[in-house]
Design a protein. Structure first.
Length: 531
């Protein structure tokens, strides 16, 4: 589980209570200059502040809405004011009130586009609204309408990045986000982009870059609850750094109280106490740390489970069990979605805690209601240390998932190069009797998963262990045709070294013809030269 502080799936804009004016010579009267534009720019700035959840954020947005309602009444045909009104309503009705949508906002944004079809911000906000509602395809018409207008507009780049990220294309998303950051005129407007970029880096386990962009997001909005909270929860849940997490989360909670940050602070304090205990610190220090943790959350048993729910934590669970502040029975008690503490730790790749719990007697064959065993979770991370600990306790490593029918070996192969040297895990599993050529419910083998992960080391290892080189996977795909589709010439060469049938047909074509058709002429040439 890679949990992190929830972020607004919005790109929103800023507020001032007055706008500039020009003096009429000789009369001393102030008359507004281009009122709609000036009001739009001033409210845009204030909404940038409000979206980070500062102190009094709701009142700030309400003040903007009151100002905009008056301005829209006076200038009903201003596309800019209709856009600002829509944005303010998205923040108020969706983000702050938790309704996840705003019919009123859509009405104003749609009217803005009707008044000015070239208004990129209105198109972008409607695209974000569609994605917030869970409909990626619904966002496309708005994105396509905006793209020809100004391809390097930072708001457009940002929404394109979010679309790519939610669609699973993180490489394109990263590229768009970095470009948007370059194009935004001020740091304040980069806050949300930094936050989404951090999600990509966390998924890659690139924690140094994730921290860097989260710090930049915090610096862009230093008094915002969300930026401080995102950084604080990253420090404890992902990095396990309670020293950095505690001040960040205390600042967050001084701005706005909400459960996720509160849980992060409580866990940080328990982890600090636990680390001191495990390092055999002085009793006086332990007493101070324990009392602070208890003051924040007296429910030690809940904190025991929470400690296992994240990648960077787990010391609290160990110390609470060691000191008998929680009973041993918690090892078999179901918690999150029916999972035991060991299952949660394995799911979150929490190696030290997993090994500790297995050695302390946690059930190594525990599984959840979906048929996912501890071994499956360890295999999905390519976690050799946890698989070895399970093997020492005679866990059943031959189990397949209930619906997908995936073996632990398949999941290790699917993990790719997430863990260098994961062939050691594969060797352990094969040694325990996990079949090399077992097929999933969709017809895939461990070799197929390794090809899909472009893991040449795993492919070579599985071939050495008699993986079938000419077998078919799902929908008639073979190892060779899959290597061609992946564009990996090294894998194709490895397959060819193991008696690959060069006369095999794929969709009625030879392998060379298949490579030509799929734009891989170098592969086609290599196949022809070996016939």
């Amino acid at each position: 589980m890679r949990s992190d502080l929830p972020v607004l799936l919005l790109v929103v804009v800023g507020l001032a209570t007055a706008w500039p004016s020009r003096e009429v010579s000789g009369q001393g009267q102030a008359l507004p200059t281009d009122e709609p534009k000036v009001i739009y720019e001033s409210t845009d700035d204030a909404l940038d502040d409000a979206r980070t959840a500062p102190r009094g954020g709701t009142q700030l947005v309400d003040g903007v809405l009151a100002q905009l309602e008056s301005a829209v009444t006076k200038h009903p045909d201003s596309a800019l004011l209709q856009t600002a009104m829509g944005r303010a309503l998205i923040i108020r009705d969706c983000a702050m009130m938790g309704n996840n949508c705003s019919v009123r906002a859509k009405g104003h944004l749609t009217k803005a586009i009707g008044l000015d079809p070239k208004l990129i911000r209105a198109h972008v906000l409607l695209a974000h609204d569609a994605m917030n509602s869970g409909c990626l395809q619904c966002a496309l018409p708005h994105i396509r309408a905006a793209q020809p207008l100004e391809p390097n507009n930072p708001y457009l780049l940002e929404v394109l990045g979010r679309y790519s990220q939610l669609f699973g294309n993180e490489v394109d998303a990263e590229k768009r986000y970095l470009k948007a950051i370059e194009e935004f005129p001020t740091p304040k407007k980069r806050w949300q982009t930094y936050t989404w970029l951090a999600e990509i880096y966390k998924e890659r386990s690139d924690y140094a870059r994730a921290e860097d962009v989260l710090v930049k997001a915090r610096d862009a909005a230093p008094e915002g609850a969300w930026p401080n909270g995102n950084l604080g929860t990253f420090y404890i849940f992902t990095a396990g750094d309670y020293d950095k997490a505690i001040p960040a989360l205390r600042k967050t909670l001084s701005i706005m109280s909400y459960g996720y940050a509160r849980q992060g602070l409580a866990l940080s304090l328990y982890e600090r106490w636990a680390n001191a205990y495990l390092k055999k610190s002085r009793p006086s220090t332990l007493k101070i740390y324990w009392e602070e943790a208890q003051e924040e959350s007296p429910d030690a048993q809940t904190m025991f489970f929470v400690s296992a729910m994240y990648h960077g934590t787990g010391r609290a669970a160990r110390a609470l069990l060691d000191t008998k502040r929680v009973p041993r029975s918690v090892l078999d008690q179901p918690w999150d979605q029916g999972r035991t503490v060991l299952q949660m730790a394995a799911q979150n790749d929490n190696t030290d805690l997993c090994v500790y719990l297995i050695e302390r007697g946690a059930n190594p064959d525990a599984h959840d209601r979906y048929g996912i065993y501890v071994a499956h979770s360890a295999g999905a991370w390519g976690n050799t240390k946890v698989l070895e600990a399970l093997a020492r306790k005679n866990a059943n490593l031959k189990v397949a998932t209930r619906e997908a029918r995936e073996t632990v070996l398949m999941l290790v192969a699917k993990a790719g190069e997430l863990r260098p040297g994961n062939t050691k895990a594969a060797a352990l599993l094969i040694g325990k009797g996990v079949p090399v050529n077992a097929k999933s419910a969709q017809g895939w083998t461990a070799l197929g998963y390794a090809i899909g992960a472009r893991d040449i080391e795993m492919v070579r290892y599985l071939l050495a262990r008699k993986a079938k080189v000419n077998d078919e996977f799902a929908d008639g795909i073979t190892p060779a045709s899959y290597a061609i589709l992946m564009g990996n010439i090294e894998i194709l060469q490895a397959l060819m070294s193991k008696n690959l049938d060069l006369n095999a047909k794929v969709s009625g074509m030879s392998l060379a013809e298949f490579a030509e058709k799929n734009g891989k002429p170098e592969m086609a040439e290599m196949l022809r030269s070996h016939r």
